[in-house]
Design a protein around this ligand. Structure first.
Ligand SMILES: [Cu+2]
Length: 480
């Protein structure tokens, strides 16, 4: 039980007991009030890739790779439809790719080696020029392969929020926070922690009649967590007043795992998924975010006290995944109560389907090969790991129904580059109007998404868990 000892030591270091104390000035990144936002979005951005330190806790300072000396990197605020240049300098020894996640931009600047985006060479630089669209909460991150090197790719601190401002105003609120959920110091383990117990126990239409009983390979795990750059108890609390309406923009920037989030005594009023407004905003107790997903939601602060907003799973929250919400004139120890049993269900934010299903269909069947590559699992898409002999071929202007068949014992966050899709069916339930770029398909589950092939150029599809992607769980879509 090496990991649990580490966890206890870490908590001592983080000094949870001090969480409610009055501290100094706010972090600018985690506490951006609407009035602090620049009036005019910039068009010229600079990202410098290099070594950064992350002060997770007073006695826990990590060294990793990041952008502009911090992790998360700077919040990039762009205006929809206004061309931008992102100048990237790479001060490391390995080629880098900056992927702009959730944007509809050409392959040449999307930041994917598979799509043919040129690299940012080691100790060199490259400019990405594109016109940001659509409006909403997007993000940017490295798209370099890690394979068995846990100091590369999305295990590092190379990520940040990218906000595309549009005409749509998400409403009025008193303060606004951009919060990225992260884990650190990953390691390989045979005992992957199962955090999927809160997930929908829906139908498992893809469960094979005979399960694969071969010994599974190792997975990546972490015991150290943070929200932005601070472990629970180390950073500044979010200070609120009774009656405040607080807008949260959450991002799961993990390379590893789906994450839940809970705030005792409060509800999350979800208004957008992956940055796109949902047809039916709804209040929920617990959020679920797969790696790559974003949720925009507001919380009515109507339970005076000092609360922990964090992961419902004790080891994850105690390992740092949380932040303190402190009401004015309240100075007690931060409170936590167990989260209610809940299951995440995208369809409550949707509306009944009104359009007939697209007649053009694509099917992707995902399988896990235990220890397909030494001690690591590999993943097949339609019987073969990446690269495939033939890409999926799209006809320009055609609408497709893409069905994911998850024949593995894991929930996977599936991401399509350069396009957005509309969830058509998940957990056996039909829905419409939920526009996303990443969707968590449950264990042995099936999901169908519809999208229009209107972004010519190579397009990458992959699982957003870095190790799954690196070991076969990806595919290329090509326009005819
Ligand atoms: Cu996966």
């Amino acid at each position: 039980m090496r990991s649990s000892i580490q966890r206890r030591d870490f908590l001592k270091l983080a000094g949870l007991a001090a969480a409610g104390s009055r501290l100094g000035a706010q972090e600018t990144q985690s506490f951006l009030s609407p009035s602090a936002a620049p009036d005019v979005a910039r068009t010229d951005f600079k990202l410098e890739i290099g070594t950064v330190t992350v002060d997770l806790a007073p006695n826990r300072i990590l060294s990793t790779t990041g952008y502009n000396g911090t992790s998360p990197g700077p919040l990039l605020r762009m205006k929809e439809g206004v061309p931008v240049t992102v100048n990237v300098t790479n001060n490391t020894d390995i080629p880098e790719y900056v992927h702009f996640h959730g944007l509809l931009i050409p392959s040449e600047v999307d930041g994917s080696e598979e799509e043919g985006t040129p690299e940012v060479p080691p100790h060199g630089s490259r400019s990405y020029k594109f016109t940001p669209t659509p409006a909403g909460t997007r993000w940017y991150h490295t798209h370099t392969m890690s394979m068995d090197d846990l100091h590369r790719g999305s295990y590092t601190g190379m990520f940040g929020f990218l906000i595309v401002e549009g005409a749509n105003n998400p409403g009025t609120y008193d303060q606004e926070h951009y919060l990225a959920l992260r884990d650190w110091e990953p390691y390989f383990s045979n005992q992957a922690m199962d955090n999927d117990d809160l997930d929908a126990t829906g139908p498992q239409p893809e469960r094979p009649a005979v399960l694969d009983t071969r010994q599974p390979g190792v997975e990546v795990q972490a015991d150290v967590y943070s929200i932005n750059d601070k472990a629970l108890g180390s950073g500044e609390p979010i200070r609120v007043k009774q009656g405040d309406r607080v807008m949260f923009h959450f991002l799961n920037a993990s390379a590893i795992e789906n994450r839940h989030l809970y705030l005792p005594g409060h509800k999350f009023n979800v208004i957008a998924l992956d940055g796109n407004p949902v047809p039916t905003p709804a209040a929920v107790d617990v959020l679920l975010l797969g790696p790559g997903e974003r949720i925009d939601c507001w919380v009515e602060m109507n339970q005076p006290g000092v609360w922990i907003m964090g992961a419902p799973e004790d080891p994850v929250r105690e390992g740092g995944l949380g932040i303190v919400i402190e009401y004015a004139n309240q100075h007690r120890t931060p409170q936590w109560t167990a989260a209610p049993k809940s299951s995440w269900d995208y369809t409550i934010f949707g509306k009944p389907p009104t359009q007939p299903a697209p007649t053009e269909t694509l099917d992707m069947i995902f399988e896990k090969i235990p220890r397909g590559a030494g001690i690591f699992n590999t993943f097949n898409v339609n019987g073969k790991p990446y690269p495939h002999d033939r890409e999926f071929v799209l006809k320009q202007g055609t609408r497709y129904r893409l069905t994911f068949h998850n024949r593995t014992d894991d929930a996977h966050p599936l991401h399509l580059h350069r396009h957005q899709f509309e969830i058509a069916e998940i957990y056996g339930k039909p829905t419409s109007g939920i526009i996303k770029d990443t969707v968590v398909v449950p264990t042995y589950g099936r999901a169908s998404v519809d999208f229009t092939a209107d972004q010519p150029g190579l397009t990458l599809f992959h699982c957003h868990i870095q190790m799954h992607m690196d070991y076969g769980f990806k595919a290329l879509l090509r326009y005819a």
